[in-house]
Design a binder for this molecule. Sequence first.
Ligand SMILES: *Cc1c(COP(=O)(O)O)cnc(C)c1O
Length: 385
Amino acid sequence: MSNTAFDTLLIHGGIDGDRHTGAVTVPIYQTSTFRQDGLGELREGWEYSRTGNPTRAALEALIAQLEGGKAGFAFASGLAAITAVLSLFKSGEKILLSSNVYGGTFRLLDKVFNHFQIDYSLENTEDLAALEKAFTPEVKGIIIESPANPLLTITDIRAVAELAHKHGVLVIVDNTFMTPYLQKPLALGADIVVHSATKYLGGHSDLVAGLAVAGTDELAEQLAFIQNSTGGVLGPQDAFLLLRGIKTLGVRLDRHVENAKYLAEWLEGSLEVKKVYYPGLTSHEGFEVHQLQAKNGGAMISFELTEGHDVGRFFKALKLIALAESLGGVESLVCHPATMTHAAIPKETREKIGITDNLIRLSVGIEDKGNLLYDLNSAIEASRI
Ligand SMILES: *Cc1c(COP(=O)(O)O)cnc(C)c1O
């Protein structure tokens, strides 16, 4: 289906329905094992559900097609997917990380993979000249996110991939914030894409899942081996929910983005807001690069209230928008990076990089945008000191 439009692939891509019964949706194959017709005689290759399960396989084929990769792999969480990808590396090797990489990815390298003598360093991937110096011979991988949490900083994926490949370094992109509907890292030169499918791909805040997509047959073979050997696979029920979520990715994101643009523009015009971080605004630092590599600004906004506001009161006053971790669901959520996602960073460092106490991160849902604006405006008014 190489000429099929993305919106059609969302519905019919991967493995479309069930060829045995004609069921238009892929059934939940809730089974751990499969009857064999004789020694070594597997029916259609199914053997044991850690190694492969038809519901999970449909999801894996779909995400591979959507990202334009060779093979997809589904895991029990985004971090399980990233753990599998990190298992490609050996002791003595080093991985570069965007300085604003997801906290859990940082912790995984800092506190778990350090047991295996896999080193890492945090780099400002927005600054290519500085980044070039980081490619020492032991560097074998680089993990980037664009846009990255919480200031929606933009990394030029194509430029970083070119630089990394000059040094024989594997490029891994966490595409959670954009999804393949808005950005396709493999087409920009990445080797592997990872997702927390818990977010936009699932889209309904009702499951935790991770995906990885390999850009080459060799990486696909290695990741298949690691997935089966380490075993952090996604169960058939959650694979089904994720397949169901992905079908509406396009229509959901269109509304998410329409709402986000509306709110970002309003926030930018508000005298009570000091700064708005949204890659769809021309005022955003990475706007031009982002425009070249993604379809639009997505639906994550961060903004800083001016002094004279009490953020605690702001969060308390919200009625519709919930204070919660996570993002990418149909319901709007807010969080406070300084005390939630980035609490581990000392206050002084936080302030320096822009994560002030008055910074608020908003995951814009698909509710009525007028209702969302009313809720935000009322909470801002209620937070005046
Ligand atoms: C949430 C998130 C993860 C981790 O995914 P889980 O599904 O929570 O394990 C990784 N990367 C990004 C960018 C995320 O937002």
